[in-house]
Ligand binder design. Sequence first.
Ligand code: HEC
Length: 140
Amino acid sequence: MSAGRQAISRAALCACLATLVMLAQSAHAAPDAVRGEQVYARCLGCHALASDRVGPRHCGLIGRRAASVAGFDYSSAMNHSGLVWDEKTLSRFLAKPMSAVPGTTMTYDGVPVAADRADLIAYLKSVNTKAACQPESHKP
Ligand code: HEC
């Protein structure tokens, strides 16, 4: 093989590898609410979208102040956390609930993988449009 051809095939190999790296990165780039619903299965032991169980309901979670579901018996740690639930506060809390809000009664180890949390939060952001989260008055 001549030096010239070798250089060309090396360039082609580099381009191909660069494309593969981009594809691998894009697999994690966009949070996926459908995958997030599968991650949410880990929460169903204690939570439901539209009703309070061991933990409070999750309809309307995004943008809500922490500990603001009327009638739910929150820990004083959550009552005084001063958090408002958005992507950032949720990701920090869900990574390690008991470190993020020391004294919380959500005795759960957390969702350690960042991509799982991103997908889960994408799902939580989408739940308000689900039938389970429509207010009673909007039902036919
Ligand atoms: C072992 C039961 C349990 C599991 C599992 C659990 N939670 Fe909780 N969760 C709770 C309890 C109890 C609270 C109330 C915490 C407090 O008052 O300190 C809570 C509170 C929360 C809050 C704060 C809500 C508010 O109204 O301020 C969020 C957000 C939350 N959980 C999300 C999740 C998600 C997402 C998962 C799944 C990855 C999950 N939880 C898994 C029991 C649980």
